[in-house]
Ligand binder design. Structure first.
Ligand code: HEM
Length: 129
């Protein structure tokens, strides 16, 4: 049954389910595990703090996420998949205002990363040529 996204337990469920999907994705899994060699025991708790700061205002995350992405071998196709999996995860588990906010914020942050990386053109917001 779908529920409102409202507490730390929900954040943990969101993050765990999302990265399970990432780990099964043929496009994204090699970036996380092959290229970046992410240590999941560290990354997952960090992402709980990130999303609880963004959505619940906990202020438990302190960092600069963009820096971790700027040298990754990723383009528009990777970001589109990331946003698609995130959106699917939210829709599968949650409903309501916070769920909508989570999708909106994730999409915006993904767009900002792509603008900063020069993947999207700042004027058209389409793929930069
Ligand atoms: C194709 C898309 C993406 C890929 C491949 C990706 C991959 C990564 C990788 C490899 C790391 C470093 C993990 C580590 O060193 O342990 C990371 C960190 C992180 N990512 Fe992403 N990411 C993507 C999109 C996003 C988006 C859209 C967001 C936000 C909505 C995000 C938020 C973060 C945060 C908060 C961190 C932690 C940064 C820190 O160390 O403080 N990522 N990501």
């Amino acid at each position: 049954m779908k529920r409102e996204l409202e507490n730390e337990e929900d954040i943990k469920l969101l993050v765990d389910t999302f990265y399970d999907a990432v780990n099964q994705d043929k496009l994204l899994a090699p970036v996380f595990n092959g290229h970046a060699k992410v240590v999941w025991e560290n990354h997952l708790p960090l992402m709980y703090t990130f999303w609880s700061t963004v959505l619940l205002g906990s202020m438990s995350y302190k960092g600069y996420p963009f820096q971790k992405h700027m040298n990754l071998p990723i383009g528009q196709v990777h970001f589109s998949r990331w946003v698609e999996l995130f959106t699917q995860t939210i829709d599968e588990l949650f409903e309501g205002e916070k769920a909508a906010e989570a999708k909106h914020k994730a999409t915006n942050i993904a767009q900002v990363f792509q603008l900063k990386m020069g993947i999207l053109d700042p004027y058209t917001r389409q793929a930069a040529v």
